[in-house]
Design a protein around this ligand. Structure first.
Ligand code: AQP
Length: 334
């Protein structure tokens, strides 16, 4: 049985990038008989960047509502928020003591998110990958479905698990594998095809939010950056054309087609037709999810209750694992 663990940060509006790169795959995995799925709204990770602190509670609830609306079934899967399960933090301290400073200094995401100002970034942002390893290992997670931007963090989680097993001469933690699904897409900003579409981008025009209405989606796609050439018929023609690549990728992902097939439809056309069809498709896919988010957010008690029950189930799984770690280390429990 695969034990799947994955998380999403409540750092703003859930984007089409999160949906196509992660959530859609989580829903598919949840329906596979061989998978036992745990999905987490990682609210402790969200405060590694100061600007997320004010609206955290609402953002956590809305992120959970987006997951449920997109198809995560909180009965079939475990859905919870990280801060309600103290085992993550308890294990993170132990794992942090087995992690080398040099390993963390190599993390690309830290360099990206700290920009050029590493000294002023929070220590939490630097330490984030240790906490992420704890999130996975607290459940002995075996597979972690993530976008390819997260691959390096999973490699680190494997190094940390290996380090624990070696230090104590045990085969306690499985080495988790990044599950980069063939159908997972990397979605880029609508304003700059070389930058990832991100919840925290300062420009709302750079992303499509799961909660955007039809007019907003159509407007954002209409204004999306393009170049002045027509679309190619083959993928080779997308080289060096980040914006063309991005729009056709979004179209392919939304229509469950490969980029190759999508290019056969649009090769030789200008961006007008692609943008028109893409807007229609994005509206059609997002509308039911947005409406369900809206409905769920008017019943916050339901969301809180889902997260409470999910947290209790997550605690029941992780408590014995972390207790065994504490016993192995020799922390005295009286
Ligand atoms: N643009 C994207 N394309 C494909 N996959 C993406 N993911 C995020 N953006 C894209 C995947 O979504 C999952 C949850 O991401 P996260 O919330 O943990 O953090 P992130 O990767 O840093 O996502 P954001 O939206 O860019 O958040 P902020 O702005 O807070 O940093 C992950 O599996 C991720 O790969």
């Amino acid at each position: 049985m695969k034990r799947i663990f994955s998380g999403i940060q409540p750092t703003g509006n859930v984007t089409l990038g999160n949906y196509l790169g992660a959530i859609k795959n989580w829903v598919a995995l949840q329906n596979e008989a061989s998978c036992d799925c745990i999905f987490c709204v990682v609210d402790q990770h969200a405060i590694t960047v100061q600007k997320n602190i004010g609206a955290l509670k609402r953002s956590t609830q809305e992120t959970a509502a987006c997951l449920i609306s997109a198809g995560i079934d909180p009965v079939n899967s475990i859905l919870f928020n990280q801060s309600q399960v103290e085992e993550h933090m308890k294990l993170a301290w132990v794992l942090g003591c087995l992690t080398r400073v040099g390993w963390l200094n190599r993390m690309i995401q830290f360099k990206d998110k700290a920009n050029q100002d590493k000294d002023n970034a929070s220590a939490g942002l630097w330490w984030y990958p240790v906490m992420m390893a704890a999130d996975i290992l607290a459940y002995k997670g075996t597979h972690v479905p993530v976008g390819d931007d997260q691959k390096q963090h999973i490699e680190l989680a494997r190094d940390i698990a290996r380090s624990y097993n070696f230090a104590f001469g045990v085969e306690f933690f499985p080495l988790p594998q990044a599950q980069i699904l063939s159908k997972s897409f990397r979605i880029m900003s609508l304003c700059d095809g070389k930058k990832k579409m991100s919840k925290s981008d300062s420009s709302d025009m750079s992303r499509i939010n799961i909660t955007d209405n039809a007019d907003t989606i159509a407007h954002k796609i209409k204004k999306a950056k393009t170049d002045s050439y027509s679309l190619p018929s083959e993928t080779g023609g997308l080289v060096g054309r980040a914006e063309a690549q991005n729009l056709i990728t979004i179209y392919a992902a939304l229509s469950n087609k490969s980029v190759e097939v999508a290019l056969l439809e649009y090769g030789g056309c200008g961006f007008g037709r692609l943008k028109r069809d893409l807007a229609e498709l994005a509206i059609e896919v997002i509308r039911p999810i947005r409406m369900e988010v809206h409905r769920l957010m008017s019943d916050i008690k339901y969301i809180d209750n889902v997260l409470k029950k999910g947290s209790a189930r997550a605690s029941a799984l992780s408590k014995p694992i972390v207790k065994e770690v504490y016993d192995t280390i020799g922390f005295l429990s009286t």
